[in-house]
Design a protein around this ligand. Structure first.
Ligand code: PNW
Length: 456
């Protein structure tokens, strides 16, 4: 009788990232990241918000773990802040920074929650930006690998699920391209498309060297995943023609050809190389081998998709612009296209020659215009969004695609990058004036889903 039931070993979790929740930006030896500098620059972040205090998680991690226990999750994805661990980006390790994560991990273990750690979620040390332009330089990949070794050799007895880098395409293109609005830190507008792709090429190298560093430094058997925000093409109709068109489009659209293709196949997608032409980044001998490291699973951050259909043109497909009034949540790009979760998983699984590679949805969720009324946040819009996406995820699992888990973004409202605290993605409401945590209606709904192991 049960409907939308997930397999018994399905992983339910929630996700966060260091700069978005920790605060304590100058404590215990931490030095600035590019986001500290960027958000301190007038006009860069909405309302002048910064991550100086954020959710004050650095001091409230124990009660935040209580919140996770209340929610019932057994898996927690968070990120480790490079500028806490190696404040100057390279060189001296700050043991006080390591100690914070030891405290966090010990408490998680007591609570029976498995940690999934992202080693880099966009907070590049400002010192390396000043020294050589951070991701514009190949040196960044080497320094990243040294940082990874420092972390994994010290925390590897407490964590065995690692993710190298969050959303390579997103942070490099939003951080360096003149076409992105609003820009992300460091906000350097490079002159050519090639220079933008060069930064993401360096991040891919960092991913590859990072994989090697994790495996070399880990004192216990561990798994390594790459987290990518794949760009999902969704067939307008589920006909063979439209499905074929979405597959073709998937090779070049957005991030795909430039991140998961090289990471999983050892080559940028041929269609992307052709599209970039003279703007292909410089690729040195051996780079593609370095980037193409064995990984144990793929993490997908999926929020939306683009409707696609077969067309009588040179490409064989066309993307469909959405009409005004199309349902959207509280970000300009948050169009509600729930099938993206199913098609993202299916396309990757069928396109990259790795049909069995486990997939975990490492982020899915939405910003909504939450209102606290009589002590409650009735976010039925978020429940609608999450329910539809989980049903699509369930479809992928039930058709045999290797979907192993789902992490909601996010455990709590937090610093939403260039949008500051104005955009709320949490299933827990944060009253920033008091730092009070107030579980929203979606929190209770999600708790019921994982309690019953199905979409409720
Ligand atoms: C992700 N888009 O970023 C990040 O991993 C999170 O840190 C962030 O808070 C979350 O999604 C919500 O934005 C994205 O333009 C940034 O489609 C931009 C896009 C998608 C994801």
């Amino acid at each position: 009788m049960s409907s939308y039931q997930f397999p018994d070993d399905f992983l339910w979790g929630a996700a966060t990232a260091a700069y978005q929740i920790e605060g304590a930006a100058t404590e215990d030896g931490r030095k600035p990241s590019v986001w500290d500098t960027f958000s301190a620059t007038p006009g860069k972040v909405l309302n002048g918000d910064t991550g100086m205090t954020a959710c004050d998680h650095y001091h409230r991690y124990e009660s935040d773990i209580e919140l996770m226990v209340q929610l019932g999750i057994k898996n927690y994805r968070f990120s480790i802040a490079w500028p806490r661990i190696i404040p100057d980006g390279r060189g001296q390790v700050n043991e006080a920074g390591i100690d914070f994560y030891k405290r966090l991990l010990d408490r998680l273990q007591e609570a029976g929650i498995t940690p999934y750690a992202t080693l880099f979620h966009w907070d590049s040390p400002q010192a390396l930006e000043d020294l050589y332009g951070s991701w514009r330089s190949r040196e960044m990949a080497r320094d990243y690998a040294d940082y990874v070794t420092a972390v994994v050799s010290r925390l590897g007895d407490r964590i065995s699920q690692w993710m190298t880098i969050n959303e390579i395409f997103c942070f490099t293109h939003m951080g360096y391209s003149a076409e992105e609005d609003p820009p992300h830190a460091p906000g350097t507008r490079v002159k050519t498309v090639k220079e933008v792709w060069q930064t993401s090429h360096h991040a891919l190298l960092a991913h590859g060297l990072g994989c090697q560093a994790i495996r070399a430094a880990s004192p216990v058997p561990c798994t390594v995943g790459l987290v990518d925000n794949i760009s999902v093409t969704v067939p307008l109709m589920e006909t063979p023609g439209d499905i074929e068109a979405t597959k073709k489009a998937f090779h070049t659209y957005g991030t795909n050809g430039g991140v998961i293709f090289p990471a999983l196949t050892g080559n940028y997608s041929p269609a992307l190389l052709e599209k970039l032409g003279s703007q292909v980044p410089d690729i040195q001998p051996g780079d593609l081998e370095t980037i193409h490291q064995p990984i144990d699973w793929l993490g997908f951050n999926i929020y939306s998709g683009v409707y696609t259909r077969a067309a009588d043109n040179a490409e064989g497909y066309e993307f469909l612009p959405l009409p005004p009034g199309y349902p959207r949540l509280h970000m300009p790009w948050l169009n509600i296209v729930p099938e993206c979760l199913y098609w993202g998983i299916r396309h990757v699984s069928e396109t990259l020659g790795r049909p069995d590679l486990p997939i975990i949805v490492t982020e899915n969720g939405c910003a909504a215009q939450d209102r606290l009324v009589d002590g409650e946040v009735m976010d039925s819009d978020r429940i609608l969004y999450l329910r539809q996406h989980l049903k699509a995820a369930h479809r992928a699992a039930s058709e045999g695609y290797p979907l192993k888990g789902y992490f909601v973004w996010s455990l709590m409202d937090n610093f939403e990058w260039a949008w500051g605290y104005d955009r709320r993605f949490g299933i827990t409401y944060i009253d920033y004036a008091t730092q009070q945590r107030i579980p929203k209606a979606s929190f209770a709904w999600y708790r019921e889903c994982l309690r019953q192991n199905r979409v409720v």
